[in-house]
Design a protein. Structure first.
Length: 271
């Protein structure tokens, strides 16, 4: 059962009752961030990835994953960040006070400037080659069946990013984070072996949008996935099919719907 605590707005001092949301762990058990009833709520004035996501440990399987930092909107207009316990502090705060798994450099691959022996050599991208990582399924044949995906209702652009990140994790990708290279439109996500773009606007994605994502994936030697709320231009879908880009449409329930062959293949094979 999720907990509920009183939260006072730091601006107007109005008190709200906040109930922690429950998210689906990979094991299928619900996970809720532990709220701190003695902590002070703060106003969200700007966003960073480290402060928007917190590490929470599943009580059922002891797995630790990143989940959205609890927030609530006050009628006065202030977005309030709900306090959590030390065990589930934002990632940057945890790094300062308690070194843990997020301090391990191996989680994010070799450091910049190194020459990984197994990585592909740099060169000019070949459009006929498709999106990297989409044809190598040999190490995925023995993957365990995934539990049912539990969506998060989309009300804001942040919800769309959360839904996409949860879906990537459901597919089997790990270490999901904000992409280092910002896309021309939307929000970029990255994980081991994949670069994703989330477009929460009401404009259908254009051919240029999917091509820019593909070029970014080529520089990272990674696969690529596109999530859009408004769908895709017909030319964008044709271009994505040619390049091997998995396209998904996010419905308002937060469930990504595949719209092309590479997306269906990704669902079948997983990460």
């Amino acid at each position: 059962m999720t907990e509920s605590i009183p939260v006072r707005c730091p601006g107007c001092r109005r008190e709200h009752r906040y109930t922690a949301p429950a998210y689906p762990c990979a094991c299928g058990a619900p996970v809720s961030p532990p709220l701190d009833p003695l902590g002070a709520a703060t106003a969200v004035t700007h966003r960073t990835w480290d402060e928007d996501w917190i590490a929470v440990r599943c009580q059922a399987c002891d797995r630790e994953d990143q989940w959205p930092q609890p927030e609530l909107g006050c009628p006065c207009g202030i977005l309030v960040r709900v306090p959590v316990t030390v065990a589930s502090q934002p990632l940057r705060a945890r790094e300062r006070c308690d070194p843990g798994p997020f301090d391990r450099p191996d989680l994010f691959g070799p450091p910049a400037g190194t020459d990984p022996a197994s990585g592909p050599t740099a060169g000019h991208p070949d459009p006929s080659a498709g999106c990297p990582g989409t044809d190598d399924r040999s190490d995925r044949a023995t993957a365990l069946p995934r539990p049912a995906f539990h969506p998060v209702t989309i009300r804001t652009a942040r919800d769309a990013v959360t839904a996409a990140a949860l879906y990537l994790r459901w597919l089997g990708y790990r270490d999901i984070r904000r992409a280092a290279q910002r896309p021309p439109s939307g929000i970029g996500l990255a994980a081991r072996g994949v670069v994703a773009q989330v477009d929460p606007t009401v404009r259908p994605a254009s051919p240029r949008d999917v091509e820019c994502l593909w070029l970014t994936a080529m520089t990272e030697s990674a696969g690529c996935v596109y999530f859009s709320l408004a769908g895709y231009d017909p030319e964008a879908r044709d271009r994505a099919d040619h390049l091997g880009i998995a396209l998904f449409v996010l419905d308002l329930t937060g469930t990504p719907q595949p719209v092309n062959g590479p997306a269906n293949e990704l669902i079948s094979s997983g990460a």
